[in-house]
Structures are given as structure tokens and as C-alpha cells.
Design a protein around this ligand. Sequence first.
Ligand code: N01
Length: 544
Amino acid sequence: MGSLPAPEAYDVVVIGGGFGGIYSLNHLRGLGFATHMFEAGTGLGGIWHWNCYPGARVDTETPVYQLYAPELYDTWRWKERYSGRDEMVDYFNHIADLWDLKKDITFSARVTKAHWNQAECRWDLTVSTSTTSGTKESIIHCKAVVFCTGFASKHYTPPFAGMDQFNGVMSHTALWSEDIELKDKRVAVIGTGASGVQVVQEVAPIAKQLTLFQRTPNMALPMGQSLRDDEWDKVSKTQYPEQVEKMKTTYAGFLYDFDPRKTFEVSEEERVALFEELFHKGGVYFWLGTFSDVLKNKKANDLAYDFWRQKTLARINDPVIAEKLAPKVAPHAFGTKRISLEQDYFEQFNRETVDIVDLNDDPVETFTSKGIKTKTGEHEFDVIVLATGFDSVTGGLTQIDIRGVDGTTVQDKWAKGVWTHLGMTTAGFPNMFFVYGPQAPTAFATGPQCAETQGKWIGETLSYMREHGYNSIQPTPEAEAAWKEHVNITAEEGLFKETKSWYFGDNIPGKARESLNYMAGLPQYRKKCAEAAEHGYKNQFILA
Ligand code: N01
């Protein structure tokens, strides 16, 4: 573990040790910037460090979900098509060893404040460091700060009545502690996002009884999990450089893209054949490799939903439960909320010990000392799992006291909506960058690809400033307004905006409704970032 550095030692401080953070630390250090990372957790991995709930697993397949560097993929051997959480943590530690990162990281160190000091042209950070003898606050100075706090670092717990009355064990998935016992327990799971689906699938076989509290069914797709054997590993390593070139051309950074054809341009036989093929490939092919209009045209989307529904119904024995998990009337257009991958999620509901409460018919009235009381009665539990999500995309930044040139906080500036340029900078906050945050491809791109794209751009920008003798950079208000408009116009195109989801901030009461992500795809995003840097960042940024 790196020691707490002396003040004023840094060109750049990186905050957070997920993909964005480790890439940025290594890259900026390689460019010759004195760089240090603060990580609130005790280890690397970001979301994979914190989310250690039972069944936590990546929904992006190997080898796509990794950083691109020959020394990394040559020396790492993936075990499964979709890696479990522990394998991800091992992978992060492998990178840290190879790149010798830990000497420049302080763990258990949470940055609670970041204030721009105009007189000194620097950031003053307050870092709260936990040690066995207590918590210590330090002030750290740096010329630039890169927030790599991720899109899911502020968990969300709905304010259910009576929560403090419950006498059993209760935990949010993002704050899970590995010593929580679930075997032979009566378990409640609230929420059906990626976390809820994975918990149900993992815990139902060992629990005495499991009840899922569902507000919206998850249109989860079969994962198609498999082991990666030696032959796969050998071939993958030889193909990887070429695959990376391909990944740079696709919408989300996968190895495949949408089929250019539209649903009704082909015969019904051809459509069904493609649907079957994509569905059986496993993963998100049926979501992001399908006909190009499925996420744009409601009629095309209805066909995809119906196909998914028929496949799902066939796996659930009880027709009443089946109707809850895959209702005749789709709750929203297929694929317009984050699709999760499952292995045997739907089969869990065939167990005598598993049931489901549809919160639309039978809402929670209050938590009690013994469990959860809904409109129809009380359910008793030993453990309640809150898989209720995050203040996604913006929460990682707005939970920190970040103040810009005139003392305005990011929370205040973004109270009625997000303002950024390129999803990496915001006016009034010089030399502040953020990775995997709002108005960037974030939830519509693979983490490593997004982290590399943004980390490189930030590195180029800081290098340009160093070469040309500039001390500060921030976007112009006009560039920021234009980016906001562009992000919102792009989000108008598909069916996404018609669905309430965390993609639009709908899950957090009072949060402004707007697209939190740049939805035009990674290639278009890279083009926009390159254009902004052309001609010395002129017109879009103020350099001083
Ligand atoms: O959170 P979510 P998540 N009463 O926001 C429900 C990434 N991730 O932790 O849909 C009852 O998706 C809410 O209901 P509804 C990934 O990007 C990845 O699962 O709003 N229910 C919803 O069902 C993912 O998308 C991985 O109607 C309430 C659930 O809680 C993102 O993180 C693993 C409620 C929240 O689902 C977030 O996933 C884990 C209330 N008052 C996470 N409030 C992998 O790659 C909320 N809900 C595998």
C-alpha cells in the first residue's frame, strides 16, 4: 500500500481504482506526470471491489472486458466466458503488479472535498484516510484531478417505511459483506436489475425460502456461460490485436454490431432464423446484435419482445408466475432498460421455496421487526437484500463536495440537469476531468474501451498544456451547451427515452430527467473528442 504523499507533490490526482482509474494512473504516469491515486476501498476493482454480493458476475464476455496492452493479455488467462467477481479482482491485482501501480495508490482513502484554488491555480483535496487507529484528514494539492468514481458508486436505498424496525440482517448489494449467511435462511430480494437477478439465481438454491419483490420484470437473456479452455486461450491471444481493431469500430466496443438490415426488410422465416441464432449465441447478441431498428421502431421491438417472452414462458411451470416474469403486455419496449444476463434465473421460480411478489398489485406498506408487510400481509425474513440500484452516472461526482472557480458546487451546477463538455469536463471547474461519467458513452459502452478512450484524451490534453505552457483548461459555456443539446438530440432517436430508467435518472426522486449517457456510440464519440482537440482546443475550451 502506498504511503500518504506529501502535499503539493502531484501534477495529477486520480480518484477511484476501477478500470478508469488504473488506466489513467498508468497512462498519465507514463506521460511523465507525477500522478497519485486515492481509492476509498481496501483494494482495486471499483465496482468489482465493492459488489461482492453472491453471484456477482460480469455481463460482458471475455476477452472484450479487459484493458488493451500486450503485456496484460499475454500474461492473463481467463477462466470463463463471463468472469465472476473474484476473478475480476484477481485481474485488477494482476494489472497492478505488472504495472507496479500500488506504489502510487493510497487505499482506504476517501476524497471528501475537492476545491479549486484560483490564486494558486490548483486543486485542494481533503482526503479522509482510515487506519486501525482511526480516521485522519489530509489536504493534498494537485494541478489537475481526474475523477474515476464510476457510474455506480453511490448506492440507492428507497425510503421504505419502518426500515429501522427490522431485526434481521439487511444489506444493499453494493455494500455487501461476504460474511452474511444465506444458507437455509428466509431471504427477501428487492429489485430486479442486474444485481437482483444474479442474487436470486445464486441464493434460491441454498435458501430455506426466497421471495423476490418485483416492480418491473427483467427481460434477461441467457448468458451462455462456458469455460475458456487452453485452446481458446491460445487462439484468443493470437487474435486479440485484430479484435481490438474491430472493437474500435463498433457501437459499444463489442466484437459485433447491430445487423444493418431492418426487421421488416426480411421475410418472417429470415427474421425468426436471425432471432434464434442470436438468442442461442448467449450474451447480449439478441439486444445489441439484432436488426438495426429493434431499439427504434415499436413494431419491430414488439416482435423481439414476443420472441423473448415465448422463450421465457417455456421455462416457467406456473402460468401465474410466468405472467409476472414475462407479461403479455410488455412493461416497456424490449431492451430500453439495461438487459441482464442470466443462467437459470427463470428456473428458480419453479422451486417450491421461491415466490414472487408483484409490487404493482401488492405494494410494500412497511418493514416490520420480522420482515416486510405488503398490502396483503406480512412476510417474515432472516435477511433482506436491497438490490435497488444506484444514483447512477452522476452520483459518484455529486456525492463529493467539489467546488469550482466561484465556489459553486457540482451539485448546485447540476441541480436541474447535467452540464459537461464531452462528458469529461465542466465549465467553471478548471483542470477537472471525469471518466465514465455523465454525457459520455458510459452505460452504452464497455468499461475498458470507454476508460481507454477518455484516459487517452485526458493524457493528450494535459500533454498539450505542458508543451504550450498553459496552466489551466476548462470548456466554454457555449461548447458545453452545444454538447448538452447534441447528447439530448441523440437520445431522441430511439425508444429508450419512452421508458423510465436510470439511463434517464428516473430511479432517483427529484433527479432531472434527461439522457445521462451519450448514445451515439463510441466511434462517434471518439470523433467528437478528436475534433474538440483540433486546432489547439480553440473555440471549445479556454486555456490560460
Ligand atoms: O440496479 P438497477 P442494479 N421499490 O437500478 C428496483 C451495473 N451492474 O444494481 O426497475 C421496489 O438496475 C428497480 O425497480 P424498477 C449494470 O450496469 C452490472 O441491479 O425501477 N423496487 C430495479 O428493479 C446495472 O444495470 C452488473 O421498477 C425498487 C432495481 O430496484 C447497474 O449496475 C452487476 C424500488 C434496481 O435495479 C445497476 O444494476 C451489477 C422501490 N422503491 C450491476 N426502487 C453486471 O455486469 C428501486 N427498485 C453483472
